[in-house]
Design a protein around this ligand. Structure first.
Ligand code: URA
Length: 230
């Protein structure tokens, strides 16, 4: 949000005072003096007025995890191990998952405390492809690709899924690329053909690809270059 809005939202300053603070160059964001009322204050910005800290900039954190089977994509679960239990990090309550996977699905899971970053990654509007390797009980026929490309009607949400791309890899295996993450979306798409998904593994989210040498249950921090890609 704009710095003038950020400051006038605080009970101690009115708009007139905020204008003066900026003109008198008494406001700093991330160590830089600002006088432009349009300067942006973000979730992780450090904001000071006359050297007094009004928002302490937290550290933004980003991780790639290889989710194993039999683990819940939630921050807490009374019964099962969660993906956050796999992280050996401080302040785990601050972290959230960008795009869940079902209990028995495996693969790429991105975990962060940066809400705008994770929204960009998961919002259907940004159209970032999520790529899954799928194995099914029955044969996957050529008809599937055409149906998925057209979109499928989901009665519960009363919506038609966005076009998805299916590449056949074998009689019962395929790679599917979707830009949304509706509830159980992949299983429901194959369910349209009464074909049960036996294995579901997320390989990629947008430009971020799961490291081939990252074992199930292991994780690593994303590099600054990877973070900037989203
Ligand atoms: N779609 C599903 O049905 N399950 C997942 O875990 C991910 C996408």
């Amino acid at each position: 949000m704009r710095v003038d809005r950020f400051l006038s939202n605080l009970p101690r300053f009115n708009r007139q005072q905020v204008r003066l603070l900026l003109v008198e160059r008494r406001v700093r964001i991330d160590g830089q003096t600002v006088n432009d009322p349009r300067a942006q204050v973000r979730e992780f910005s450090h904001v000071e007025v006359d050297g007094e800290v009004l928002q302490a900039g937290r550290m933004a954190r980003y991780f790639m995890l290889h989710k194993p089977q039999g683990c819940v994509s939630a921050t807490r679960d009374p019964q099962h191990r969660t993906v956050l239990d796999l992280l050996d990090e401080p302040d785990k309550d601050d972290l959230h998952i960008a795009g869940r996977l079902d209990f028995n699905s495996t693969g790429l899971m991105l975990i962060t405390n940066d809400g705008s970053w994770s929204r960009r990654l998961t919002q259907p509007q940004t159209k970032l492809p999520k790529v899954y390797y799928v194995e099914t009980e029955q044969t996957i026929t050529a008809e599937y690709a055409a149906t998925f490309a057209q979109g499928l009607y989901f009665a519960f949400e009363d919506l038609t899924t966005q076009p998805a791309e299916l590449t056949l890899l074998g009689p019962t295996s395929a790679r599917l690329s979707i830009v949304e993450g509706r509830y159980h979306q992949v299983k429901r798409m194959f369910g349209h053909f009464n074909n049960k998904v036996l294995r579901l593994h997320r390989e990629r989210m947008g430009p971020l690809v799961l490291d081939l040498d990252l074992e199930p249950g292991r994780y690593r921090a994303l590099s600054p270059d990877e973070i900037r890609l989203i």
